[in-house]
Ligand binder design. Structure first.
Ligand SMILES: [Fe+2]
Ligand SMILES: [Fe+2]
Length: 319
């Protein structure tokens, strides 16, 4: 056996070159210690365990299965004849969590949802909702109009503001109950989004009314909507304090009425299909090709609001 030069590493031999792992001269040089083979003084040898797995030269590196990270990866041209593997399917799209997350629908979907609304019967409205609708009809006419919709949108945000404030107060009291606190914070986010959604409705309809030269009467479009909003606020607040479910039911009635009113207005005015819509709020709310599609989209938002109020009706109270 050649004596290694000091400062260099003697070449290791293994396998048949060394006479086999368990036989030959190398195998006879090993000794046993507690059932394990250990290196002997003749040179670096390995335990049986190390021979199988850890010994660096026991398994020469396979450049394909175990590429050395220090080696540059050779560039291979893609074979144009090989089909491109399909991307993994993302699965069904998650349902929107809140009304404000409702995606803006395309024209075909808007027309479809418009027909669905027209074919769906209205809810059975409660006495408070009916009183509100009769008052609106007396002040702004039974038939739908953009000016009437503008006043409706002034009132529409009020319940969400009441619910959001109540949720914040509930959080002050119940923040130590982690599970309940999560549900309350989710409700706060939803109520904010619903308010914002109604706010865009108000601003966009107000734009349309102003473009037609309407909405200028101080009494009809200034004082009366304000009085209605104040009265509706107190009724909705009292209902929520005494019986939250009655407040949710009232809002579901209100949103159902709005959804059907918009749908019937679009159906009664086919000329709106050819009236292009331009809005300074389009970047925030989304653009529509025509006024008809804009009102269909708003009607669909109202349906989402109704469904959320109905979901609140079925959920446990946040108290
Ligand atoms: Fe609205
Ligand atoms: Fe709404």
């Amino acid at each position: 056996m050649a004596t290694p030069v000091p400062g260099t590493v003697a070449p290791r031999r293994c396998g048949a070159q060394a006479g086999g792992r368990t036989g030959g001269a190398a195998g006879s040089a090993r000794r046993r210690d507690g059932g394990r083979l250990v290196p002997d003084a003749a040179g670096p040898r390995w335990t049986a365990q190390e021979d199988r797995h850890d010994r660096p030269d026991a398994h020469p590196p396979d450049p394909h299965r175990h590429p050395d990270p220090r080696r540059p990866v050779p560039h291979r041209r893609p074979d144009p004849r090989r089909p491109i593997p399909a991307a993994p399917s993302p699965g069904p799209a998650p349902l929107p969590l809140t009304a404000a997350q409702t995606p803006r629908l395309g024209r075909r979907a808007l027309i479809h949802e418009h027909r669905v609304t027209l074919a769906t019967p209205r809810r059975r409205y409660g006495p408070v909702a009916r009183l509100l609708f009769v008052t609106m009809d007396l002040l702004y006419g039974r038939r739908g109009s953009l000016e009437k919709f503008m006043v409706l949108e002034v009132v529409a945000r009020i319940p969400y503001r009441i619910w959001e404030n109540a949720a914040y107060r509930a959080l002050d009291r119940r923040h130590r109950d982690t599970g309940l606190a999560h549900r309350i914070t989710e409700r706060i986010v939803e109520n904010r989004e619903q308010q914002d959604n109604e706010q865009w409705h108000l601003l966009i309809i107000g734009e349309l009314v102003a473009a037609q030269g309407g909405g200028r009467g101080r009494l009809r479009f200034g004082l009366l909507p304000w009085l209605m909003a104040v009265g509706y606020y107190h009724v909705a607040w009292l209902l929520f304090v005494l019986a939250p479910r009655a407040s949710y039911r009232l809002n579901a009635d209100f949103e159902d009425h709005a959804e059907h009113t918009y749908a019937e207005f679009v159906a009664a005015h086919p000329e709106l299909e050819h009236l292009p819509h331009h809005s300074s709020f389009a970047r925030r709310y989304g653009a529509s090709g025509s006024v008809a599609d804009l009102l269909r989209q708003i009607g669909h938002d109202e349906r989402m609001h109704k469904l959320e109020s109905e979901r609140y009706l079925a959920a446990e109270p946040l108290r």
